[in-house]
Ligand binder design. Structure first.
Ligand SMILES: NC(=O)C1=CN([C@@H]2O[C@H](COP(=O)(O)OP(=O)(O)OC[C@H]3O[C@@H](n4cnc5c(N)ncnc54)[C@H](O)[C@@H]3O)[C@@H](O)[C@H]2O)[C@H](O)CC1
Ligand SMILES: [K+]
Length: 505
């Protein structure tokens, strides 16, 4: 699914009005209708306080107010009495609202004097994608007041004060529990500094022109279920374990053997034909007990000193590896021998980060899976996650690598500087060992001849889906990394079913 800028969304809006049998007023009616249906089906409140600005976001708010009133809800609307200028569609919808005697319209400055009943939901239709700059003092006071109230809060399209495309200049931003975003994800929803204001994001389809969406270029995407269904290939009937590739995981050291176990369990559960763990001997008995499906190769006694290299193997390197000087030497020598894509994580990245020249040793199209701290060690610090993404794009291009930047919404950055955001997963996955599982999954996909780009996209999606399945079983709090490989089976079954549903009648 494409992510567009506010400007592109505006152009899409205009294109739809010019090329399809729909006016801008009808589009507003459709958007408001989708929002009103969502409120009526998802929210328990009997009454709504709806705050409306003077642009089309406010226009959506007026139309929502009218529709919710007709559905039987108790509605109060708040506007800016000092500003009588409205966009044309907002003006028409305000007029329609004024014709309804049961809806009270107040100046938003009166809100703090009004009695707030407990089951009231607050709707923010003040500013949407047309917001820029910062808020005037009156609006700042309003947002501060609304943020201080204990209530269910929903923003229409985008929380007021936030910009669609990145960090905003506004000091105050409405804090929503839910954001009903029209048609598209916005980039700011996906980064921690700004996404925190949105609560849960719901994308409501308002029927903007598919033709415009298809023809308009972007370099940023959401990984949607349909993207993944196109990538996924079910297993062939006439196949054997050789069909599904050989994985070698170079992982684990004394005290960190668990990392190797988690990666190995994930690789076998992701369908690799043969999985071997190259690890120090101190981990052999626990590894062979915890994951009997994997074979072992000794790399040393308590940490890795000798790494085994063979042609025709897909390597995933780093979880729990350690950074002892012998391991560093062995790993760097090993890197020099390889000329096909590999997966690099954790201590493999920490060793590379010791010297900038090491980056040149990484085979083209390899996948690096850093968390933010590892990313910083590799490529330097950045002021915020938007700047970090720009640094990632430059380096992905420069070194011809895929960077899988792990975060709440993990970003895959390709050598062509395309960005894919993954929206599966949940905060329960912020737990030790979760990244080791991702390494196992991506390496197993690479071994099964998915391209680096496909392995990254499918891998992060599967990982997040497994996390969602595990959270359903165990709660986000009790979720542990070891649950993730166990959940992969259910995720693959679902994926396979949806694949066959698409390809058969
Ligand atoms: N996506 C779609 O196709 C549709 C979107 N809809 C809704 O329309 C808004 C965008 O509307 P727009 O009129 O362009 O912008 P806003 O309502 O967000 O605000 C513009 C309004 O506010 C003024 N303004 C901007 N910044 C400030 C500021 N810092 N302080 C004070 N005032 C400010 C500006 O001058 C304008 O007057 C989108 O989000 C959707 O909610 C359509 O309804 C359906 C189609
Ligand atoms: K809003």
């Amino acid at each position: 699914m494409k992510i567009f800028t506010a400007e592109q969304i505006r152009a899409c809006d205009q294109w739809t009005v010019q090329h399809e049998q729909v006016s801008s007023l009808m589009l507003m009616e459709k958007a408001a209708g989708r929002c009103a249906d969502w409120f009526a089906s998802q929210i328990k409140s009997e009454r709504f306080w709806i705050f409306c600005g003077n642009g089309n976001n406010g226009g959506d708010g007026f139309a929502i107010a009218r529709m919710l009133y007709r559905k039987g809800f108790d509605i109060d609307v708040f506007i800016d009495f000092k500003n009588p200028e409205y966009s044309e569609d907002a003006r028409i919808n305000l007029q329609k609202l004024k014709e309804i005697s049961g809806v009270d319209i107040h100046d938003f400055r009166q809100v703090s004097e009004m009695k707030f009943k407990q089951d009231t939901s607050i709707v923010d239709a003040i500013f949407g994608s047309g917001f820029h700059g910062s808020l005037s003092l009156d609006y700042q006071k309003l947002i501060a007041f609304l943020n201080s109230i204990q209530a269910n809060k929903v923003s229409i399209d985008i929380p007021t004060g936030l910009s669609a495309d990145g960090l905003s200049d506004s000091e105050s931003v409405f804090i929503a529990d839910h954001t009903l975003s029209l048609q598209f994800w916005k980039k700011s929803f996906l980064h921690p500094e700004t996404g925190n204001f949105c609560g849960k994001v719901h994308i409501l389809d308002i029927g903007l022109s598919p033709e415009f969406i298809q023809k308009t270029d972007t370099s940023q995407y959401i990984i949607s279920d349909s993207t993944v269904q196109k990538i996924y290939r079910p297993r062939e009937q006439f196949s054997h374990k050789g069909t599904y590739g050989k994985v070698h995981l170079i992982a684990g050291s004394y005290g960190k053997i668990g990392a190797a176990i988690l990666a190995a369990r994930a690789a076998v559960r992701t369908g690799a034909g043969l999985v071997t763990v190259q690890a120090p001997e101190c981990g052999f008995s626990i590894l062979q007990t915890a994951c009997p499906e994997a074979m072992m190769l000794s790399t040393g006694n308590i940490f890795s000193e000798n790494l085994h290299y063979e042609e025709g193997i897909t390597y995933g390197i780093g979880p729990g590896l350690g950074t002892e000087s012998e391991t560093q030497n062995a790993f760097l020598e090993f890197l020099k021998k390889i000329n096909k894509p590999i997966v690099l994580d954790a201590d493999a990245l920490n060793i590379i980060a010791l010297d900038n020249a090491h980056l040149e040793l990484i085979p083209k199209n390899s996948l690096l899976t850093p968390h933010p701290k590892e990313f910083e060690r590799l490529f330097g610090t950045s002021a915020n996650s938007f700047k970090r993404l720009e640094i990632a794009k430059e380096n992905a291009e420069k070194f011809g690598i895929f960077i899988v930047l792990k975060d709440r919404y993990t970003q895959i950055i390709t050598p062509k500087k395309t960005v894919y955001y993954n929206i599966t997963g949940n905060p329960g996955m912020a737990t030790g060992g979760s990244g080791d599982v991702l390494t196992g999954i991506i390496t197993a996909l690479l071994a099964q001849k998915y391209s680096s780009e496909e392995a990254a996209i499918l891998g992060v999606w599967l990982h997040g889906k497994a996390g969602d399945d595990a959270a359903k079983m165990n709660s986000e709090e009790a979720l542990i990394a070891g649950d993730l490989p166990e959940s992969l089976g259910r995720v693959f079954n679902e994926l396979k079913n949806s694949h066959y549903k698409k390809t058969t009648k």
